[in-house]
Ligand binder design. Structure first.
Ligand code: GLU
Length: 522
């Protein structure tokens, strides 16, 4: 759930003038930072999660710190190994290498929450020793009834009414010994005032303590709740900065109370604002909320996606848009993160992807383009054996590609062999255009292209066809367009004579013959 902090009554943003001077939240002490990305493997890696991962990674890299990956797999119903695998694969594809975490280990492991029960038990012992927790025997039914009644009353639900906090230790122990089901709740100090903290993005935030009820830390089945596990892990892994989406903002004061109960200084928090679609609404499936791998499969380059996502809420200098990884990982800083919601503009992403595609050299382009070249009709073995041919396709499309998935529609004609698949609309508009003399043009071109004395190269072939246009007194456009449709199937293909040069003569002549036959029944 995303939290719009402006709508939450228990959170007030304190203006700097009213706030007591506090150390800037972004200040780094002498120790290099330790940050983490902590996905729950309940689904794929989505755009919001990827941005959080990028910010943590870039922050660690820019400050000589450590980027940790922790899998929060405590929800047994929704967490799957398959999702973990997909998340790791997506992070690898994005090029976000972690320094500690699954598959590589580290000094603060294990990096799966389900393997960290011992550390939760230890932290729980500390809380017991500090008199920071109490068992609660209220059943779910009792609690729901209380809640329902409270919600109907004027004051509303103000959290758990602390019934079991009043139990004597003897009674509580006796009920536990008798096997009565119970949870363990945090004993929030009665005197605890507002919970304030300096968020590195939002500035000073204040949460009223009276709405922080005695939250459950250990469930009836002895498993830790999300807030407890996260605090234990962040503390044990010595996380210095928690950078995460602002959907977790309402958890932060609760987590601070747990840190206090454990006697541990909380880390610096930096909450990232929402990402909106270009319609200024929450990201929808249609727009931006797709998984990272869907973007990969639509032909975005990971460099472009990382660049684009890094700018959803952060800026280098307010104007630079093309920021390579090197610059990002050198310059990233929390103080340039904005609290304004970011807008996911797919048009801008396409533009940026095009810029990155044009920066590839031909061999690299071929290696990125391989799946789409195969979709266009190429044989993967041919690409491997004869990359030079495929590198020649690069200049045909490079100026026109925003995404790699446009390759099949743009280049399929290169793999049709002796056949042509004619686009109906192009046939109507070009070949059957009244008064355009398309058949004559096509027959003339066929003769030129059949003339073996003209070298099979772009320029001489184009020059010969130009001469033909003078001879026949047909405008070059009215000569080239029919030829384009006959060879490439439609009127908007990549450059014509460059394409013809790459297709062999037999194939080009066969396509022209097929067109003459189909369209003019010659
Ligand atoms: N596991 C949480 C999630 O996927 C993140 C917890 C956190 O960053 O504190 O939303």
């Amino acid at each position: 759930m995303n939290v719009d902090i402006s709508n939450i009554s228990n959170i007030s943003t304190v203006t700097p003038a009213a706030a007591p001077a506090a150390a800037p939240a972004t200040a780094l002490d002498s120790k290099p930072p330790r940050v983490r990305f902590a996905p729950s493997p309940t689904g794929q890696l989505h755009i919001g999660g990827a941005r959080t991962a990028i910010y943590n990674w870039a922050f660690a890299r820019a400050h000589g710190g450590t980027f940790i990956l922790r899998i929060e797999d405590t929800d047994p119903e929704r967490s799957t190994e398959e999702n973990t695998h997909i998340i790791l694969r997506a992070l690898r594809w994005l090029g976000l290498d972690w320094d500690e975490g699954p598959e590589i280990g580290g000094d603060f492991g294990p990096y799966f929450q389900t393997q960290r029960s011992e550390s939760y038990a230890l932290a729980f012992e500390t809380l017991q020793a500090n008199d920071g927790v109490y068992p609660c025997f209220c059943s779910v039914e009792t609690l729901s009834a209380k809640r329902e009644a409270a919600e109907k009353s004027e004051g509303g639900w103000a959290g758990y009414d602390r019934t079991c906090r009043a139990l004597s230790p003897q009674e509580a122990n006796a009920r536990i010994a008798a096997g009565e089901p119970h949870v363990w709740r945090l004993k929030v100090p009665e005197t605890r005032g507002a919970i304030e903290f300096e968020d590195a993005v939002y500035g000073k935030l204040s949460f009223s303590a009276d709405v922080m009820d005695d939250m459950v830390l250990i469930r009836t089945d002895n498993t830790p709740t999300y807030n407890f596990a996260v605090v234990c892990d962040d503390a044990n892994m010595q996380i210095s900065h928690v950078i995460r989406g602002d959907d977790h903002l309402s958890n932060t004061p609760r987590q601070i109370l747990i840190y206090e109960a454990l006697g541990i200084t909380p880390p610096t928090f930096a909450h990232l604002s929402m990402i909106l679609g270009s319609d200024n609404k929450k990201l929808s499936k249609r727009q931006g909320s797709s998984s990272v791998e869907e973007y990969r499969d639509r032909g975005y380059l990971s460099d472009a996606l990382v660049n684009f996502l890094s700018l959803l809420g952060w800026s280098l200098d307010g104007e630079t848009t093309i920021i390579d990884r090197e610059t990002l990982t050198r310059e990233f800083s929390l103080d340039r993160i904005t609290k304004k919601d970011a807008v996911f503009d797919e048009v801008k992403l396409d533009w940026m992807n095009g810029v990155y595609i044009r920066e590839l050299d031909a061999p690299t382009w071929v290696s990125h383009a391989t799946p789409w070249l195969v979709e266009a009709g190429a044989r993967e073995a041919d690409i491997k054996e004869n990359p030079a041919f495929f590198e020649k396709l690069y200049p045909l499309v490079i100026e026109r590609l925003a995404r790699m998935d446009e390759i099949p529609s743009k280049l399929a004609y290169m793999f049709w062999g002796n056949k042509v698949i004619l686009d109906e609309d192009s046939v109507k508009k070009v070949l059957l255009k009244e008064g355009a003399r398309a058949e004559e043009a096509l027959r003339g071109c066929r003769a030129v292209l059949a003339d073996t004395s003209i070298p099979w190269e772009c320029e001489p072939l184009q020059n010969a066809c130009r001469t033909l246009s003078d001879t026949l007194d047909i405008k070059p456009k009215n000569l080239f367009q029919p030829l384009r449709v006959a060879v490439c199937g439609n009127m908007v293909s990549p450059p014509l004579f460059e394409s013809i040069e790459l297709l062999d003569r037999t194939c080009v002549l066969a396509r022209i013959d097929q067109t003459l036959d189909c369209v003019f029944h010659a």
